[in-house]
Design a protein around this ligand. Structure first.
Ligand code: CFM
Length: 549
């Protein structure tokens, strides 16, 4: 099942030396801690890999790439849903900076359909509320929102100051819901500081969507082979491409959590027969809870990479086991792959052997290695900002993950089977028959698929990125906007894998073609070799205090 790790394909630089150089700059205590988060990859029998420390606090003073719990809850999981009216309870900056910067696209079914995405709604907390409390202002904002927009559902998202002053967003939600029984109003305790990163916000969002939204309506959608896609957020139009492909094969896509989605698709999501999980990190909780409560099996898929897309579609068709579906899926794959292979081979002739690095949130640092592999490029170093050990080492290590105080901060919901609505989608024997192929409730993680000797780094920081660039001279560095210009000033092209640099889609078959072409242009352009960073000309900045003149 596992990809063959290329044991001869060693990195051109000694990873041990790079690690040592990185650690040498740190005080002893910091170096000891970072040493557990910088791992040289080894893959043994049964996908065993070395242990990496992940999902722990960033050491104060280090310039991390991470974001906050509010970003994970509002920005990531709920943000892409167009008709849940989302109010940020907090200072205006939190609402404004989480407004569409992630490039999650949406396509309302018609002009008449609700779409709140072009709005950034916030209570715009001021000093007065910080001192005297913000609940009154929140209630007023909800009244105003209902009056103007008539939403079916309202989500309230807490920011840091809300937690610090003690506003009870849940009590406000209950009170307002009593006044407006037609509107489903729910609050999220996703204050930015709630966890060590955005990952906490994902969990908080999953919990509330599960308890307050999923399962409210038992009306099933028409159609055969019904699925939900969990953890796909339609960045740069990825979900549009995935929708196109799964429909062409003959699946009925009931809902995507939450790219290009609507509230109604969430309330009825429990009526499907299969959940497939794209981004494991951000939504595995919901997959687990839906399985327990409603009996919906889940497995991991990946639509980033043409081969990975084909493999995922095959797994899905295999699950339903319908001959015509399997046949149609194969037809779609061979039809779509024809163009992909033509471009891929052409691009590969120019990109083969080039080096890539990727440091993205919690899934893409794994998924995008597929696309680079397809054009013959090697990932010499990769890491997540905020993923957990299971995303690195595979879910097999989950039982051995230490639960610390920061994790305990987030509610664990006890889920039991729903007496009326839990029913098995397949018999035990049917499930067992395809377990090896589809791997139910499992994720193999990033490290078992990476090369021997590759450097895996959790929660990368600025200093470490600089050492990596100096040592490896990668042909492309993949990260986000915070890293982009520093890396490019160093003469290395940076591809944003969060927002896609205003481009995309990169998922599915058409997405793969887009990505090959862009990477070809980036790594084969001479442009970056001409860049001279300001610090190469004058490495030190001198300053003077104005009053010393
Ligand atoms: Fe999942 Fe995502 Fe990602 Fe993520 Fe994110 Fe993202 Fe990401 Mo930016 S849900 S973990 S919290 S795949 S916004 S669409 S690109 S860090 S790797």
């Amino acid at each position: 099942m596992t990809r063959k790790v290329d044991r001869n394909n060693q990195t051109p630089v000694d990873s041990n030396e790079v690690k040592e150089e990185i650690l040498a700059k740190y005080p002893a205590k910091v170096a000891r801690k970072r040493a557990k988060q910088i791992i040289i990859n080894r893959v043994g029998e049964n996908e065993t890999v070395p242990e990496i420390q992940a999902n722990v606090r960033t050491i104060p003073g280090i310039l991390t790439m991470r974001g906050c719990a509010y970003a994970g809850c509002k920005g990531v999981v709920l943000g892409p849903t167009r008709d849940i009216l989302q109010i940020t309870h907090g200072p205006i900056g939190c609402g404004f900076y989480s407004w569409l910067t992630r490039r999650n696209q949406t396509r309302p079914k018609s002009e008449a359909h609700t779409n709140f995405m072009p709005y950034a709604m916030s209570t715009d907390l001021q000093e007065d509320e910080i001192i005297f409390g913000g609940e009154k202002k929140l209630k007023k904002a909800i009244e105003e929102a209902i009056h103007i927009f008539h939403p079916r559902a309202i989500g309230i998202f807490s920011t840091c100051p809300v937690g610090l002053i003690g506003d009870d967003v849940h009590a406000v939600a209950r009170e307002m819901e009593e006044k407006h029984p037609d509107v489903n109003i729910f609050g999220f305790s996703c204050e930015g500081y709630k966890g060590v990163s955005q990952s906490a916000g994902h969990h908080i969002a999953n919990n509330k969507v599960f308890t307050d939204v999923v399962g409210l309506d038992d009306t099933a959608k028409e159609g055969k082979f019904k699925i939900n896609i969990l953890g796909e957020y339609n960045i740069g139009g990825d979900a549009f491409e995935i929708e196109r492909i799964v429909a062409k094969c003959g699946f009925t896509l009931h809902s995507t959590f939450s790219g290009n989605s609507e509230y109604d698709e969430f309330t009825t999501a429990h009526t499907v027969d299969l959940n497939v999980v794209m981004c494991h990190r951000s939504i595995n909780y919901l997959a687990e809870m839906m399985e327990k409560k409603y009996g919906i099996p889940w497995f991991k898929v990946n639509f980033v990479g043409a081969e990975a897309t084909a493999k995922s579609l095959r797994k899905m068709a295999k699950y339903f086991g319908d001959e015509k579906l399997v046949e149609d899926t194969e037809k779609v794959i061979s039809e779509e792959l024809a163009e992909v292979i033509r471009v891929r081979d052409d691009v590969k002739s120019r990109c083969e052997g080039k080096l890539a690095m990727m440091f993205v949130g919690g899934s893409r640092a794994h998924h995008y290695q597929e696309l680079f592999r397809e054009i013959g490029m090697r990932t010499v170093s990769a890491g997540y900002e905020f993923a957990h050990r299971d995303d690195y080492e595979g879910r097999k290590v989950m039982s051995s993950i230490v639960v610390d105080a920061d994790t305990r901060n987030i509610e664990e919901i006890t889920v039991t089977p729903d007496e009326k609505r839990h029913h098995p989608r397949k018999s035990e024997t049917e499930l067992a028959g395809i377990q090896d192929e589809v791997r139910f409730s499992d994720y193999e993680g990033m490290m078992p698929e990476m090369n021997e000797g590759a450097l895996v780094i959790d929660d990368l920081n600025h200093h470490e990125a600089e050492v990596l660039i100096e040592k490896y001279h990668p042909d492309v560095f993949c990260a986000g906007i915070k890293e982009k210009y520093v890396v490019q000033k160093g003469g290395i092209p940076l591809k944003q894998l969060h927002s896609y640099d205003y481009s995309g889609p990169y998922a599915g078959f058409l997405g793969a073609v887009n990505f090959y072409k862009e990477i070809d242009r980036l790594v084969n352009s001479k442009l970056f070799q001409y860049v001279k960073a300001p610090w190469q000309e004058s490495p030190e900045l001198a300053g003077r205090y104005a009053w010393g003149r």
